[in-house]
Design a protein around this ligand. Structure first.
Ligand SMILES: *Cc1c(COP(=O)(O)O)cnc(C)c1O
Length: 410
């Protein structure tokens, strides 16, 4: 669902020089009229270091989750030097922002012109595909290049994930043999990739997908050089606390080690959400209250697309001093546009005495939040502020003393 890029989404945060505050409460004290995006570069840096140190292979960042140039630079500076890009605009953005980065064009359906520009202008050598038509396009677009890494995308189950990516892309089991053999003929390095769906709540999602990879390799009897387990690594949201990421890494590592592939084969992952969910929050203002419905100044066409369209719940906090000690009630939100769709059911627990003029921090919006913002109906926001406090939730503040550290090596 997030494959569709809105032109607006590609450079929202770079134009404004961000100032710096200790926390969200400092924003509320300024009484901003528009929603304000808070970014926490230290949280993204920590996530990047976690992945680059603990994932037992190469971590690339899936740019669509949040294409902010500042975030891209933060991830790069903390060891993530490879980027999963899905459109020519993302290719250009990352090439311009991080000239030294390696780009992998992992959308299985691309324009031939995009393939050609990526290859000849931006040095992209890795592409994914899930059909013979796409293979033909890649061959034409690169004029039969001999230095390609081509990753065949397999269709795998999304049953363990909150957001399915199973119906749109991926070659079906009974067609993978033909495609793998044809791709092997053309590719310098042959990869297999998949995506288990976003916010995968159990490591088994990857274990099961790796079993599909095994069957495809055995069925086609091809030499495979890259296994790319895609994205889907979870973050923490209300009502969705995933197991530690180390467990995911262990499951993947174990499955990878037992695949019939060459000793030198590489393991890759393409996390989007897990690298950037903690990166940003939005501070909104309550413009009206109707019972337990709050009319706020951001919504479905702003940073709250997933909250509206798939009922995603985000952590919320009332920003008021002195703090309210009234007990929480479950609230729903209406966004600012004139549209009934602009509704976020929540529930969002906030103190029962919340009122017009109060400010609320909505957290964990770094992934698929600020990236989705539009200016529909004249509502938008371009104010961004850096905060140095902790995000509302984090998978990375507590270091798990158990498992993984003795298994996972780079
Ligand atoms: C969306 C996407 C990702 C990132 O997924 P997350 O669930 O955010 O980790 C990675 N790879 C591909 C091909 C994608 O489409």
């Amino acid at each position: 669902m997030h494959q569709h890029h809105r032109a607006l989404g590609l450079a929202p945060l770079s134009t404004v020089p961000a100032d710096c505050v200790a926390g969200a409460i400092d924003i509320a004290a300024r009484h901003p009229v528009q929603p304000v995006t808070i970014v926490r570069p230290h949280a993204a840096a920590r996530a990047a270091r976690f992945f680059t140190q603990k994932f037992p292979g190469r971590t690339m960042y899936a740019v669509k989750a949040n294409p902010s140039p500042e975030l891209l630079r933060t991830l790069y500076d903390n060891g993530v030097t490879t980027y999963d890009v899905a459109s020519i605009a993302e290719v250009r953005l990352v090439a311009r922002t991080l000239p030294q980065a390696t780009l992998c064009f992992m959308h299985p359906v691309k324009a031939e012109e995009a393939i050609a520009e990526a290859y000849f202008t931006h040095g992209v050598r890795t592409f994914s595909l899930d059909s013979m038509e796409e293979l033909a396009k890649i061959v034409r677009g690169t004029r039969g290049a001999a230095d390609l890494t081509l990753c065949v995308r397999l269709r795998v189950s999304s049953e363990h994930s909150k957001l399915s990516l199973a119906s749109k892309f991926g070659v079906a089991p009974d067609e993978s043999r033909e495609l793998l053999l044809a791709t092997r003929q053309v590719a310098d390095a042959l990869g297999i990739c998949f995506h288990v769906g976003s916010q995968a709540m159990t490591p088994d999602a990857y274990g099961n997908a790796m079993e599909r990879v095994r069957q495809a390799i055995v069925g086609a009897a091809v030499t495979v050089d890259v296994i790319d387990v895609g994205g889907g690594f979870p973050s923490a949201y209300p009502g969705m606390t995933p197991p530690p990421l180390e467990r995911y890494f262990e499951t993947i590592h174990r499955a990878f080690e037992s695949l019939p592939i060459s000793y030198s084969a590489e393991l890759w992952a393409e996390p989007g959400r897990a690298l950037c969910a903690e990166y940003s929050s939005v501070v909104v203002r309550v413009e009206r209250r109707r019972g337990e419905e709050l009319y706020i100044n951001d919504g479905a066409y702003g940073a709250l697309f997933d909250a509206a369209h798939i009922g995603w719940r985000y952590p919320v906090a009332l920003l008021r001093e002195p703090e309210s000690n009234v007990r929480d009630h479950p609230f729903s939100f209406w966004g600012p546009t004139c549209d009934d769709l602009d509704h976020m059911p929540g529930p969002f627990p906030l103190p029962a005495d919340i009122t017009v003029g109060d400010y609320v921090e909505i957290g964990m919006l770094g992934a698929y939040g600020s990236a989705m913002r539009t200016a529909f109906n004249g509502f938008g926001s371009d104010e961004t502020v850096i905060a140095t406090d902790e995000p509302m939730e984090s998978l990375y503040t507590v270091v798990e003393p158990t498992v993984a550290s003795n298994v996972v090596k780079l």
